[in-house]
Design a protein. Structure first.
Length: 82
């Protein structure tokens, strides 16, 4: 089983750090989806259950949260911040 997540890094994180984190996920059997480089820095990913902690030691990591549908209200709220 795997978890679909959004992985976000702190503002100003170099692209090389984000790319290295994506490679860690792929090496653990995960898949990288959409990459984000505007409002947030990071990517969508599918990470195997037993490897969800593969990014736990990343100092530039801001958050990891479950990926799922976004409602129209949430999209409008997000638009205010972009």
């Amino acid at each position: 089983m795997s978890n679909k997540v959004i992985v976000s890094f702190k503002k100003g994180t170099p692209a090389a750090v984000i790319d290295a984190a994506a490679k860690k996920i792929e090496a653990a059997g995960g898949k990288i989806g959409h990459r984000y480089n505007a409002t947030i820095l990071g990517f969508a990913a599918e990470i195997p259950d037993n490897h969800i902690s593969v990014l736990a030691t990343e100092p530039e990591l801001d958050f990891i949260e479950a990926d799922g549908p976004v409602s129209v209200a949430a999209q409008q709220a997000l638009a205010k911040f972009s």
